[in-house]
Design a protein around this ligand. Structure first.
Ligand code: NAP
Length: 279
């Protein structure tokens, strides 16, 4: 497979830089464009200055020129900048990968609409390990339907939303596997000297905000006499960049549709089992 040419939207941010750094390290991805906001301090700044001598000698730009040969837009920006990124991908007929969070229902609907003409993959968490964890907790939730379930997560001190979108997604996966409505069973706080006793079906959430923790999620299933812990720890933002680049490479050879990271996992598993059969 040829190298995938990516246009990184939100190039000056923490994740944008992580994607660019990862791309520079790999031989299968080429940075075709680094996109920043029209008023960005990074506008015109060459990637070599941002990332070092190994980076392509390419200035950060505010728009994707028609002569730029890219096959996919990789967006990690802000909810307020997301519409521009999606519009750019649509206008140029490029695949669209996004990890931008805090999107409105209208922005999700816009991705559904765009998916009629371009392949689109959005994920709140590009860790492949978390994608597997979501599958595992769904299975465990179904098989251990009457066990107590508690989810805890820890992130760096600057993270504002709580519980994390990933913790909520894990809770939703468990509720859905158990055939119950998430809002009926989610319990976000317990306090006081006479807090209500734990309801049987409850899914409890606990949140830690401290230091520079990149992201930790753990799901506990417990009953009398035994417990099962399923956990994921991210120690480096690069994992999200790697997941997004894996998605970008895969997406460019898929037909227009809305995809999830789980689709990528399934495709990889199919490929591995076909290779086993052929061996
Ligand atoms: N899905 C995942 O796995 C995952 C993992 C981590 C983070 N995230 C999400 O990814 C997003 C970015 O996170 P971050 O930590 O990188 O945030 P950040 O450091 O604040 O970066 C966001 C960048 O967006 C850029 N931006 C703003 N307006 C723009 C525009 N009109 N066009 C292009 N770029 C624009 C800003 O750059 P300028 O001001 O220089 O333009 C800023 O550097 C957030 O939504 C975060 O929650 C997702």
């Amino acid at each position: 497979m040829q190298a995938t040419r990516i246009a990184v939207h939100g190039a000056s941010g923490r994740m944008g830089r992580a994607v660019l750094r990862e791309a520079v390290l790999r031989g299968d991805v080429v940075v075709a464009a680094a996109l920043v906001g029209a008023h960005s301090d990074s506008l015109g700044v060459p990637l070599t200055r941002m990332l070092g001598a190994d980076a392509p000698d390419l200035p950060c730009a505010a728009t994707l020129d028609d002569d730029v040969q890219a096959s996919v837009v990789v967006d990690f920006s802000l909810a307020g900048a997301f519409d521009d990124a999606l519009a750019m991908a649509r206008r140029h007929g490029l695949a669209f990968v996004s990890g931008t969070t805090g999107l409105s229902p209208a922005q999700h609907a816009a991705m559904d609409e765009a998916a009629a003409t371009i392949p689109v993959l959005w994920s709140a968490n590009f860790s492949l390990g978390v994608a597997v964890l979501a599958r595992l907790v769904g299975q465990a939730g179904r098989l251990l339907a009457d066990w107590d379930c508690e989810i805890s997560e820890a992130h760096h001190r600057a993270k504002r939303d709580a519980p994390s979108g990933t913790a909520l997604a894990l809770g939703r996966a468990i509720a859905s596997a158990r055939g119950v409505a998430f809002d009926d069973v989610a319990r976000f706080s317990r306090e006081g000297i006479d807090a209500p006793a734990r309801a049987r079906a409850e899914i409890g959430f606990a949140v830690t905000r401290a230091g520079d923790i990149v992201g930790e999620h753990s799901v506990l299933f417990a009953t009398d006499g035994e417990r099962l812990d399923l956990a994921h720890r991210a120690t480096d933002r690069a994992i999200f960049a790697r997941g997004a680049l894996a998605a970008a490479r895969w997406l460019t050879v898929q037909p227009p549709r809305r995809y999830t990271l789980d689709d990528l996992l399934a495709a990889r598993a199919d490929q591995a089992s076909t290779a086993d059969v052929g061996a």
